[in-house]
Design a protein around this ligand. Structure first.
Ligand code: HEC
Ligand code: HEC
Length: 281
């Protein structure tokens, strides 16, 4: 550091230095901020993949997916995903990559049998193979894309959000899955599975793609923020240890039953007590 020369006016020199310092720091900070801004805007506006480099790997991924599909899926869904009526297998032209990711990750597809609800089982494909088949099916038409983590992750939600998720769950899901997500039987031997082990991504994909008898909950009806609240609610229910008497997780019905037993029971005991005293008197 150079101290001001005797002739220099110290005031001016220090203010110049100050503004220079501000300038020096401001530039990289401004650059960084605008980069972050551009990144955020890009992430918000850009479709999942659209750069030229990604386009090239996309084509490879789709080609790989097509090969895997021909071997594992085409016998029921047709070589071009058009669906084969004699196998009872639907067309996959507009189901999107999310449906493939859901069906294969949960082991439902490739189905072992036709005509019945395909049960979840151990998935034998790698993540890359699933991504490839999903990319191939997505290339056949439209449909929801496999979600990014920020679409389904419930991190950072408040207790209020979780409560709202509970409301949404009771309104939209509990009729089939039970209010604690314990699952339930539907007509014609169909089962709405327990959600005990369902992770956030699986919940998002199930809602957006509506597997089997489950309805589709489109983003117009339940936006991603609300799906995250539903996820948070399901996770909270799953993490809450069911200590002691769980009442079968059936909620108001069995809780009411126990209230009834305890309440009426004590009234009966009280009446018996009065009666015995009355008899003695
Ligand atoms: C044995 C026949 C069979 C095979 C093999 C099979 N599927 Fe399926 N697939 C079905 C049937 C039947 C359904 C309808 C199930 C339902 O509605 O519950 C179905 C449904 C699906 C769906 C859901 C469609 C929708 O509307 O949401 C996807 C996605 C799917 N299959 C992907 C695949 C993929 C990918 C493979 C290969 C890895 C595969 N399937 C292999 C018979 C098959
Ligand atoms: C009309 C009944 C019905 C409603 C309402 C319903 N589901 Fe489902 N759900 C099902 C059925 C049936 C399946 C199994 C589909 C299959 O195996 O093909 C399922 C599957 C799922 C799965 C996959 C579970 C797994 O382990 O693979 C999740 C997650 C799920 N539902 C979440 C929800 C959520 C969250 C809601 C509310 C927003 C909801 N469901 C509403 C019937 C329903």
């Amino acid at each position: 550091m150079r101290s001001p020369a005797p002739g220099e006016r110290p005031e001016r020199s220090s203010s110049t230095r100050r503004s220079l310092r501000r300038h020096k720091a401001a530039r990289p900070v401004l650059l960084l901020l605008s980069l972050v801004l551009v990144g955020a805007v890009y992430a918000a506006l850009a479709p999942a993949t659209n750069s030229a480099a990604e386009g090239a790997t996309d084509a490879q991924l789709i080609a790989k997916g097509k090969d895997l599909f021909a071997v594992n899926c085409a016998s029921c869904h047709g070589l071009n995903g058009e669906g084969l009526a004699q196998q009872g297998a639907p067309a996959l032209t507009n189901v999107g990559s999310a449906a493939v990711d859901f069906q294969v990750r949960t082991g439902r597809m490739p189905a072992a049998d036709t005509g019945v609800q395909a049960p979840p089982k151990e998935n034998t494909f790698t993540d890359d193979e699933i991504a490839a088949m999903a990319a191939y099916v997505a290339s056949l038409g439209t449909g929801p894309a496999t979600p990014e983590e920020d679409q389904y992750s419930p991190s950072g939600l408040t207790a209020e959000d979780v409560a709202r998720g509970g409301e949404l769950f009771r309104t939209n899901c509990s009729a089939c899955h039970n209010f604690k997500g314990a699952g339930g039987a539907l007509p014609n031997g169909v089962v709405a599975p327990s959600l005990q082990d369902a992770d956030a991504k699986t919940i998002w994909e199930a809602m957006r793609t509506g597997p089997g008898q489950m309805p589709v909950f489109a983003s117009g009806a339940i936006p991603d923020e609300d799906v995250q609240k539903v996820v948070a609610y399901v996770e909270q229910v799953n993490q809450t240890p069911s200590s002691g008497l769980t009442l079968g997780g059936l909620g108001p019905v069995s809780e009411g039953f126990w209230a009834w037993v305890a309440g009426i029971g004590s009234l009966v005991l009280f009446a018996v007590w009065i009666a015995t005293r009355g008899a003695r008197a």
